[in-house]
Design a protein around this ligand. Structure first.
Ligand SMILES: [Zn+2]
Length: 353
């Protein structure tokens, strides 16, 4: 019964309660997510067990999210009725028996031989945990080898990172808090320094973190002009790299921490972005101990995916399973935020939202 309710509620991108985050439509929610019964909340194992009792339910869910009934048949082109083929992880169209869709192909689950429900379960733990979820925990939870657990976690982090919006932030009159930080102790190859420079840009709703090659003024200004909408009010500390912003026509509020000023004369402060650093740095240090420089963007953006939903955490898991973007063969190609990889000019930003 519950499952049927959930499936009925499972409209795809056109549900009425959907909202946009980044370029990704979210919004699939089981009906019971708003239940007042305390044991059934959006994040509970109880609800998870009811909505996803077995692998078949998970597979059908992925199919519904990616294709859905009425998806055109690839052979004849007409809207088709799709049904699961027994014993295989594919769906066939009723009109043409040889028309098949493998819902998991090309998603983060595409390469795994583990039971699909186990993968969903790890995703639930990932999204329920505010401080990340490590490969060691996954290994113990599923009873698999460490390399298998690491690969799974890496793919999940990449999935969450891809779902994290890459929209421009701010807007006329909106405050955008900007701060830079140095992440020490990252693993690198060759003689590259074992640290990464990060810049966080956040508004009261959105947050975006970029890994930058250095903290020179030219880099910071180029980043800000790329990701912040014109007309925003930039709030930074007194770091020299931000000095040119005023000349370039930005409304720039400075909170000079060196002079022990925490709230400036116009009431601007950086508490929001400082809190973010506090949580991010502790998560990276305590849960993951050391992270790989090449994969740092996945850890940071997967953290951001959960962090951005901290006030509506019961929706986090359902957002993570409401959209399955095509998993890139080389995930780095998907990363447009990493200046050091020289991909910044390719940053595609959605102006619409
Ligand atoms: Zn057909």
């Amino acid at each position: 019964m519950l499952l049927r309710q959930c499936r009925e509620a499972c409209g795809r991108a056109d549900t009425t309660d959907q909202h946009l985050y980044g370029q990704v439509p979210f919004g699939w929610r089981p009906l019971v997510i708003s239940s007042t019964k305390e044991t059934i909340v959006g994040t509970s194992l109880d609800l998870f067990n009811q909505v996803f009792p077995d692998d078949a339910a998970c597979l059908r869910h992925v199919f519904d999210m990616r294709f859905g009934q009425g998806h055109p048949c690839p052979k004849c082109g007409r809207p088709a009725r799709w049904s699961r083929r027994k014993g295989r992880s594919c769906f066939t169209a009723r009109c043409c028996s040889n028309a098949e869709i493998y819902p998991l192909a090309g998603t983060l689950f595409g390469h795994s031989r583990l039971p699909l429900r186990d993968l969903f379960l790890v995703l639930l733990h990932f999204t329920n945990s505010k401080v990340g979820f490590s490969a060691s925990l996954t290994r113990r939870l599923l009873g698999i080898s460490h390399p298998a657990a690491f690969t799974l976690c890496d793919r999940i982090r990449c999935h969450l990172a891809m779902l994290t919006g890459r929209n421009r932030i701010g807007g006329p009159g909106q405050q955008v808090f900007i701060d830079e930080a140095l992440l020490r102790g990252v693993l690198t190859t060759g003689n590259r320094p074992n640290k990464a420079s990060l810049v966080a840009l956040c508004t009261r709703q959105d947050l975006l973190t970029a890994i930058v090659p250095d903290r020179r003024a030219a880099t910071l200004v180029a980043l800000i002009e790329h990701v912040v909408r014109p007309g925003s009010i930039l709030v930074t500390d007194g770091f020299a790299g931000y000095r040119g912003l005023h000349r370039r026509g930005w409304h720039h509020e400075v909170v000079n921490h060196h002079r022990r000023i925490w709230v400036n004369s116009n009431g601007a402060c950086q508490a929001q972005v400082e809190t973010y650093w506090w949580h991010l740095k502790r998560t990276l240090r305590l849960t993951y101990l050391r992270i790989d420089r090449e994969n740092a963007w996945k850890y940071i953006n997967a953290f951001n995916f959960v962090y951005n939903r901290r006030t509506r955490s019961r929706e986090t898991f359902w957002d993570a399973v409401s959209h399955f973007p095509a998993f890139p063969d080389d995930p780095r190609a998907y990363l447009e935020m990493d200046l050091e990889l020289g991909l910044m000019p390719a940053l595609q930003l959605d102006e619409g939202h």
